[in-house]
Design a protein around this ligand. Structure first.
Ligand code: ZN
Length: 382
């Protein structure tokens, strides 16, 4: 706005100067030039000073969000300091135009434009995505959800499971994280024997040493042996398959039934709403009546405690529900693989082994106890 006003007023001097040039009155030309410079520069300096003093009041009447206030103040200060320079440019070009030289102001502005572009590139920070350096805003319910929360939760659980599965198969063996030492309860680890010869073998053993450097007495097992014992254990499963599948289905049904937990969750939510209402009411009452402050503090505290208790219970129940869902998933994978299990000498499959066997515990008396995903156990002798 100021620039436009200056441009308009400076037109007046252009007219005056060109008239005196036409009349060939050089002293009047000089006087007009001098007057223009003095008047415009003093006005612009006064305006700049006033505006710089008023920066903060100006920002405050603009109803600015708090985070933007400092930035706005800095921006305005830079703008205001620029006023004398804008004025100087405009009066110089109006004088030149009055003198009949319209080309110089054009070159002047052309050079300024190029400088502006070059300096922008030099000094502007490169654009980057806001990663929390400045406040980020999250707008709730602004658009319909792309996936529903239930589905999102399932995907998260699946991610978690895969992450754990990757950890488990880090050494590319199905037995990693599956075999436990019956002496100390530690996992069996893989070890390569004769790594440089043709007798190279991968064996599994407990590497745990007790005080005094004594190692566990549990035997080591080759990968092939573990697969063979697994086949034997699975043959027991096949024998009892019908009963196991039927039992498993019943358990799965119970695990997939969330009516009780859901009812309890709903009741808790309702109670939380009631308690929240009571808290609000007690705050409102306290504001308008002269109730004893001790009494108020006591009732407020007991209400918030009750609310927090409900919140804790709610979280615990949600976790319980998720655990049940997970167990039902594991069991249904187990039942599926059990149903598919046909012959003892079917090809080894890592994924089937994962779905059916929870862990193998090795004891020093040569017992291998297989714990299956449905919770049942089978013992195989070495
Ligand atoms: Zn051990």
């Amino acid at each position: 706005m100021l620039t436009v006003m200056i441009v308009g007023l400076a037109k007046g001097s252009t007219v005056m100067i060109s008239r005196h040039i036409g009349e060939k009155k050089n002293d009047k030309v000089a006087k007009s030039v001098g007057n223009t410079i003095v008047i415009f520069m003093s006005i612009s300096i006064v305006i700049t000073a006033i505006l710089l003093c008023l920066t903060k009041p100006i920002v405050s009447v603009m109803a600015m969000p708090e985070e933007a206030v400092n930035g706005t103040i800095n921006y305005l200060i830079v703008c205001f300091i620029g006023i004398p320079f804008i004025t100087a440019y405009n009066i110089i070009s109006s004088i030149f135009r009055g003198l009949g030289d319209t080309k110089s102001p054009m070159y002047f502005i052309a050079v300024a434009c190029v400088c502006n572009i070059a300096l922008d590139f030099l000094f502007s920070k490169t654009m980057k995505i806001n990663e929390g350096e400045v406040p980020q805003y999250y707008v709730e319910n602004s658009h319909p959800a792309i996936i529903d929360p239930e589905e999102w939760k399932k995907v998260q659980e699946e991610y978690q499971r895969r992450k754990e599965a990757v950890k488990r198969t880090a050494c590319h063996s199905p037995f990693a994280g599956k075999v436990i030492c019956g002496d100390c309860g530690e996992w069996f680890g893989p070890k390569v024997w004769h790594s440089n010869s043709q007798y190279r073998r991968l064996i599994w053993q407990c590497n745990h040493k007790f005080k005094g450097g004594e190692k566990c007495a549990t035997p080591h097992l080759t990968e092939d042996a573990l697969k063979e014992y697994t086949r034997q254990a699975l043959s027991f499963l096949i024998e009892n398959r019908e009963a196991l599948i039927e039992d498993g289905r019943l358990i799965k049904q119970a695990l997939s039934d969330h009516t009780e937990i859901d009812a309890e969750l709903r009741a808790i939510v309702e109670e939380m709403e009631v308690v929240a209402g009571l808290i609000e009411k007690s705050i409102a009452t306290n504001a308008i009546t002269a109730l004893g402050q001790d009494e108020y503090a006591k009732s407020y505290e007991s209400l918030t405690e009750r609310y927090q208790g409900l919140q804790k219970h709610y979280t615990a129940l949600t976790k319980q529900r998720a655990d049940k869902e997970y167990k039902a998933d594991v069991l249904s994978c187990f039942l599926f693989e059990l149903g598919e299990l046909e012959l003892l000498d079917t090809e080894w499959s890592d994924s089937r082994f994962h779905a059916i066997v929870e862990r193998i515990t090795v004891y020093n008396d040569g017992r291998l106890v297989f714990t299956f995903r449905n919770g049942s156990e089978e013992t195989v002798m070495m």
